[in-house]
Design a protein around this ligand. Sequence first.
Ligand code: ZN
Length: 396
Amino acid sequence: MEELAIRRDAALAVADGRFAWVGRDRDAGRAVRLRRGGRVYDLEGGSIVPGFVDAHTHVLFAGSRSFEVGLKVRGATYSEIARRGGGIFATVRSTRAASDSTLLAESGKRLERMNALGSTTVEVKSGYALDHAGELRLLRLVPTLARRTGLDLVPTYLGAHAIPPRWARNPDGYVREIVDRTLPVVARERLARFCDVFVEPGFFTVAQATRILRAASELGLGLKVHADEFLWSGGAALAARLAARSADHLLSVRASDIRSLARAGVTAVLLPTTPFASLHPDGSPGRALVDAGVPVALGSDCSPNSWVESMPLVLAHAVYAARLTPHEAITAATVNAAHAVGAADRAGRIAVGRSADFVVFDLPTVAEIPYRIGSIPAAVFRQGNAHSPSKVRPYI
Ligand code: ZN
């Protein structure tokens, strides 16, 4: 993860949305013939990285829970916040009540800001409807969001985000609804590439998650686990047992689980701004995971609970809180994150044939991107096109 293939005095050419040539600046004149209407950009003195892959988000929701922040900093517990009308079920209510066009508008704006800050591939989870029809509705909006934003969006079905109140006394009944009713439709209509389960005390048990993930695997979906976030839950061990694509969060992971993840080749997706936004004293165990040989990837975990749209900010937290080196953090946010979302064939690297997704920083080296906390890109290209945020309407 430390070794980036860094080129100096480099140039690259893009055709039809893909990298067509990468080489030395002085060879570009001979190697590349400009098409009619083709454009040349001079990025002298800047640094370029592959477009960031945000490997874990909950961007598909409606509403805001900003009122919770004042309660949180005064020490309110999760259940106190829930009693005052906050918490995940507040977002479930506002998301269920929102029209398709409201959901597309609110989520689309978040994705456009993510794109302006360097993300070009974004994993998008369902999980704020928590019923059969509502979860399917969320997943069916993803292709429209991808078309409107121009981003590469990877949908994940997270019906098992929390036990909905109507199933509180019979959580296994909800698990059955997911397995028997919703998952088959998700697979048949190809609405999601992955299935994810929130394994944590008070959410889903290892046994329930096993049932859901086994069923998802049989239907051809990749597997992800929200594992060992605030309390140890056995989630990482489960991810290793099922050879899941990724185990995410891992704040409370145990050393023996880290060894299991390494042996099973499971990618650890760290979300280092989430403990920050949750006022959690610990940082994500980035150093321990990398040193044990676990491939580490990064995500923003953008949600109403930790509203982060900036991958450069995630990179800074990956370094200063999770203790990755700057180069490891860049690997984690590009090639490893692409692998974590099954997009390694097209994203995460600057190489001929890959999607021409790249970010330009007016910085002398790529190591300065996380070093300067919350760096802002000078330009973002997706499939060779410069990102242009949706027109800002004049205020009259
Ligand atoms: Zn999450």
